[in-house]
Design a protein around this ligand. Structure first.
Ligand SMILES: Cc1ncc(COP(=O)(O)O)c(C=O)c1O
Length: 411
């Protein structure tokens, strides 16, 4: 009899096989960083040569006119909203299923994040739920391209036009993602990409705001991320309370290297995801992520599929334990909607420490995904080989074939 690894059987995949390492680099990054050291231009300027080159290259790759190199995606979200005057008393609609930074950005400005539900197919903010959340105080929408799957920007742009709202997109996961053949960097008013340590393109920490708006690009680069200065007065003349969020030359040097191999990596992730989808679709109780034809390239920062506990025969937690034991590198993903956090009081709408207010709408899809059905796999795994995808699918299929063993233990 086949025995689950959780109960002492032989795992489908043991420690003798490894997964790709992350982050990745080669001589390009090393040489670029050496060049920065030797140039002695390390930072302290809005327009060092590495930063200028990296901004232009990143923006062009993402079909945007301008890129603004920053310290983080979160900084980009904050100054993105700030450029539209978002402040105390204003509301910004964000998804309930995301990383908390999407909601922090409006909070930093004294505004109220309004957390609305996701669409079950895209896992991104649902445009219909967004329209329902609009009030006279709404000033902006911050959809997230969750996991690298493009949010429905056509609908969001329509809604924004109708209600005169800004769209500052959280594109932390969306490097390389495409909708109908166009990358997402020029959509909405601005998109904020993350270059944090675990992201698909990494500079250790860092961010890039992209936009097609020349006037705003200048304001974000020279003013809002640089102490409220102006382009032509970089020294001690300050026009407003700007942040201090500039990408430095070392980060930019690394980013230029990362961009060299990024397209190839993304295409490999997409090929492996498509193959894995076809394998997972054959397992009862597993739903692979739907990828419609409009999504011509998925960012695939997080590959999220669902377990249907009743059909599969066990709950999410037990499934994860059994799959891990078989050597399948999956996790439960974001474990709860963001409104369910110790810093947020759902009854009063207060943010801890008197830091402001928030509002959460009814979010059944975010609840279901986080607590019962969502299974996540990181982008690094998708850089492995097709035979590794076979191992993942076989590990899950083995758990399904032997699910009765899990039930026996539960009893
Ligand atoms: C959806 C989302 N938004 C924003 C961020 C924050 O990015 P950064 O660390 O670059 O500020 C993250 C980081 O993981 C994220 O997952």
């Amino acid at each position: 009899m086949e025995r689950l690894a959780l109960h002492g059987g032989t795992p489908v995949r043991d420690g003798s096989k490894s997964w790709p390492k992350w982050p990745q680099y080669d001589e390009t990054e090393l040489n670029n960083v050496r060049e920065v050291f030797e140039s002695r231009v390390w930072g302290g300027t809005a327009h060092g040569p590495m930063k200028t080159a990296a901004q232009a290259k990143f923006a062009a790759y993402h079909d945007a006119k301008f890129g603004i190199g920053l310290t983080s995606c979160t900084a980009g979200l904050e100054i993105g909203l700030k450029a539209f005057g978002v402040g105390a008393g204003d509301e910004v609609i964000v998804p309930a299923f995301t990383f908390i930074a999407t909601a922090f950005a409006p909070m930093y400005l004294g505004a109220t994040p309004v957390m609305a539900d996701i669409h079950p197919d895209s896992l991104c903010l649902d445009p219909n739920r967004t329209e329902e959340a609009i009030t006279p105080r709404t000033r902006a929408i911050s959809p997230v391209h969750y996991g690298g799957y493009p949010a429905d920007m056509e609908r969001f742009e329509e809604i924004a036009r109708k209600h005169d709202l800004a769209i500052i997109v959280d594109a932390a996961h969306a490097h390389g993602a495409e909708w109908k053949g166009t990358k997402l960097g020029g959509m909405g008013d601005a998109s904020s990409y993350s270059l944090g340590g675990g992201k698909n393109m990494s500079t250790g920490e860092g961010g890039m705001l992209t936009t097609d708006n020349a006037e705003l690009a200048e304001r974000w680069l020279y003013t809002l991320s640089s102490f409220g200065r102006a382009k032509d007065e970089p020294g001690y003349v300050h026009y407003e309370l700007g942040g201090h969020y500039p990408m430095n030359e070392f980060q930019a040097a690394i980013l230029l290297g990362q961009l060299e191999r990024f397209d190839e990596q993304t295409k490999k992730r997409n090929r492996n995801a498509q193959y894995l989808n076809s394998l997972l679709a054959q397992i009862d109780g597993i739903e692979p992520p739907p990828i419609p034809p409009e999504v011509t390239q998925h960012g695939l920062h997080i590959y999220t599929f669902r377990i249907k506990p009743e059909e599969f025969g066990t709950d999410k937690r037990t499934f994860l334990d059994a799959a891990h034991a078989e050597g399948v590198p999956v996790s439960g993903g974001h474990p709860r909607p963001i409104y369910d956090n110790p810093m947020l009081d759902l009854e009063t709408g207060d943010v801890a420490g008197g830091a402001g207010k928030f509002r959460a709408l009814d979010c059944p899809e975010s609840e279901l995904l986080t607590r019962e059905e969502g299974i996540a796999m990181g982008h690094v795994t998708l850089l492995a080989e097709e035979s590794d995808m076979d191992d993942i699918a076989e590990g899950i299929a083995k758990v399904r074939r032997n699910v009765a063993q899990l039930r026996q233990v539960a009893v």
